[in-house]
Ligand binder design. Structure first.
Ligand code: SAM
Length: 327
């Protein structure tokens, strides 16, 4: 019998995002705080523990899993872990979000392990600018990784672009052009106030992003073909790829939120922007077993808030940063 998970507001919850490490090799201005601290190694869930959670939750109604971080490709043994969970009966979609720095050497192994598709975060095509945004001179590696991902058949390759006024908004059309001849999915994401460096002046709404694109290229709304989640999806007529617009701030999509998140240190987070968390690790390590996991999942769904308050309460009040939750 197929089970369906519902939260207390009647939303179907079928999507689990798993942060497998809080470590990251980049220092993106919009993500990592200056005083970053890492969770001690022994507090990070082991792959076997995460696999137990995945299997238990998929039996309860989770259908989609995304691996994220920190930077997930920094964790040793990732392809083996992917093969461990990719065959979970009932799991319909397994994807991964990465900064792409280590993608070139790992893409084939990930694909062979059962990963279907991938999201790569890339906010600029200019190596110098990449260095300013991420704190590291690694643009070339990321671009090579994106191409390798396509070559080995990870499909689609989605590119996540945090659009920021005065930072990379002069490149919006370059990203759009990338969809003309190649089937990339470009996803423009609004800049969210998740750390103390956020400044409102850099915020660019999805409405403005769309206007900028449409001043040059027509955008035709489409249904979207590849699990687009909260993105509104468009295509430039005749192009091979798609353009997604994601508006967590200007037009939040909490009403259709289908997600829960697992932090690297084993806490279930019903809402990205609420510090409310359910500790799974203690139960797992004390031999709580699958029945206890199911109860904790149930509790998390009961506590999932109706919506975030990013517009009214500073998200910097969240005790965890994005690098720790996984975005
Ligand atoms: N290291 C991986 C990566 O770079 O994709 C996964 C973790 S990262 C936290 C996940 C996503 O969160 C990235 O696409 C990143 O651009 C996004 N993100 C982080 N901080 C953000 C912010 N302030 N506003 C919008 N998106 C943000």
């Amino acid at each position: 019998m197929i089970k369906i998970l519902k939260d207390s507001y009647g939303r179907t919850i079928d999507y689990l995002r798993i942060s497998i490490t809080d470590h990251c090799n980049l220092r993106c201005v919009y993500c990592v705080t200056d005083n970053v601290t890492w969770v001690p190694h022994e507090e990070i869930l082991r792959f076997e523990e995460i696999a137990t959670i995945v299997r238990t939750f998929v039996k309860e109604g989770i259908r989609k899993v995304r691996i994220t971080g920190g930077e997930p490709l920094m964790r040793k043994g990732l392809p083996e872990f992917i093969s461990q969970i990719s065959t979970t009966e009932g799991l319909e979609d397994l994807s991964l979000t990465t900064n792409g720095v280590f993608l070139h050497p790992l893409a084939r192994d990930l694909k062979e392990a059962g990963l279907k598709r991938i999201n790569v975060s890339l906010d600029t095509f200019k190596p110098e600018r990449y260095k300013i945004i991420t704190g590291r001179d690694l643009f070339k590696q990321v671009w090579q990784g994106i191409q390798t991902a396509r070559e080995v058949g990870l499909f689609p390759v989605k590119i996540n672009v945090v659009a920021m006024k005065g930072v990379n908004d002069d490149e919006l059309l370059d990203f759009v052009r990338l969809t003309m001849d190649e089937p990339y999915v470009i996803r423009f994401i609004e800049y969210m106030p998740v750390n103390e460096k956020w400044n409102e002046e850099s915020f660019l709404s999805v409405k403005k992003i769309r206007q900028r694109i449409e001043s040059v290229y027509p955008l035709v709304p489409i249904e979207g073909t590849h699990n687009n989640g909260p993105a509104r999806v468009f295509r430039v007529p005749g192009s091979k790829g798609e353009i997604g617009l994601i508006s967590p701030l200007s037009n939040h999509f909490c009403g259709t939120c289908n997600r829960i998140r697992l932090t690297a240190d084993g806490h279930l987070r019903p809402c990205l922007f609420s510090d409310l968390e359910i500790d799974l690790k203690t139960s797992l390590r004390n031999g709580g077993g699958k029945a206890a996991l199911r109860q904790l999942l149930d509790r998390a769904l009961k506590l999932k808030p109706l919506q975030h308050h990013l517009n009214t309460v500073s998200a910097t009040k969240c005790h965890r940063g994005m690098w720790s939750i996984g975005g």
